[in-house]
Ligand binder design. Structure first.
Ligand code: SF4
Length: 295
């Protein structure tokens, strides 16, 4: 049975390997909490580049954050584009969350967060409808320096494949609670940033790119992925054609069954066969006897 201590050790090996592969991940200060919340919601299953492009489009298409708040989900979905991961869901959640905060504080400037402590900030976002635990954890970590390890689908997928969490039986809140106990607060931000990068570039949804993964030597899923790939290759290989039956074999089979085979080659009649010398003489003698009798 895998214990909590085993998982902590495994996580530490993962952290070190990712640090070697990706280097430092310095924490950026949050200058605008509304922008940070929108970016956080958009970031699930999307690359950093895709999120940056979406944020640029938001700035171009909407006059300000209040305009985004009052926009219809359809408009936001169209602005994000059909390729953007989970565009429909995100387009519905963003104005809904912004609107709830606006109704409570009658402002789109969230300076009311400043005096709030770590626990209060997290509780504030957790109270909002449609806000998933990873959004509340990110806002508490980045706006109030709380110790948090946000778990969205990307983080859950990577840590599940590494055998650190059970995606089937554990909720996102359970996984967050485990990671916040298992990872030191000094390491939490960097490890989270590295896991998100791995999820976007290598440990992608569907078929992960294990051959290029810096964690391939410590990941229990690699063997499974390779076995699946081998199976697929086998299934793709064309089957060898069955050897064709020789016509002669068919003919003899037909004869033995007492049937005429359509495909058998026409046999040459005995008359058509070239006669041998003995036969020729015999025939000549028979012909001369016939002639003598007649005469
Ligand atoms: S080895 Fe493969 S499955 Fe494991 S973390 Fe890396 S990409 Fe994901």
């Amino acid at each position: 049975m895998v214990t909590f201590t085993d998982k902590v050790k495994h996580l530490e090996r993962v952290r070190r390997a990712l640090r070697r592969a990706y280097g430092e991940a310095p924490q950026r200060p949050v200058t605008h909490p509304v922008e940070h919340l929108v970016r956080t919601i958009l970031s699930e299953e999307a690359t950093a580049e895709a999120v940056d492009r979406a944020m640029e489009r938001i700035a171009r298409c909407f006059a300000d954050w209040n305009d985004l708040r009052v926009s219809r989900p359809r408009e936001i979905r169209e602005m994000l584009g059909p390729e953007f991961p989970r565009a429909g869901h995100k387009a519905r959640v963003i104005p809904r969350v912004l609107d709830q905060v606006f109704k409570w504080h009658n402002s789109m400037v969230w300076d009311f967060l400043e005096p709030m402590g770590k626990v209060e900030t997290r509780a504030f976002f957790e109270k909002l409808e449609e806000v998933r635990p990873f959004v509340a954890a990110t806002m508490a970590r980045d706006c109030a320096s709380a110790h948090a390890f946000p778990v969205d689908r990307d983080v859950a997928r990577v840590l599940g494949r590494l055998g650190l969490v059970d995606v089937e039986s554990e909720s996102e809140s359970d996984m967050q609670a485990f990671l916040e106990r298992a990872v030191k607060s000094d390491h939490a931000y960097e490890l989270h940033a590295h896991v998100k990068r791995l999820a976007a570039d290598v440990c992608v949804p569907g078929e992960p790119l294990c051959s290029t993964c810096p964690l391939k030597k410590m990941c229990p899923t690699v063997a499974e992925v390779l076995a699946r790939r081998r199976e697929r290759k086998k299934a793709k290989k064309p089957k060898k054609a069955a050897p064709r039956k020789k016509p002669a074999a068919k003919e003899s089979a037909g004869k033995s069954a007492g049937k005429k085979t359509k495909t058998s080659a026409p046999r040459k009649s005995a008359k058509a066969k070239p006669r041998t010398g003995a036969k020729k003489k015999k025939t000549a003698r028979r012909a001369s006897r016939t002639r003598r009798k007649r005469s």
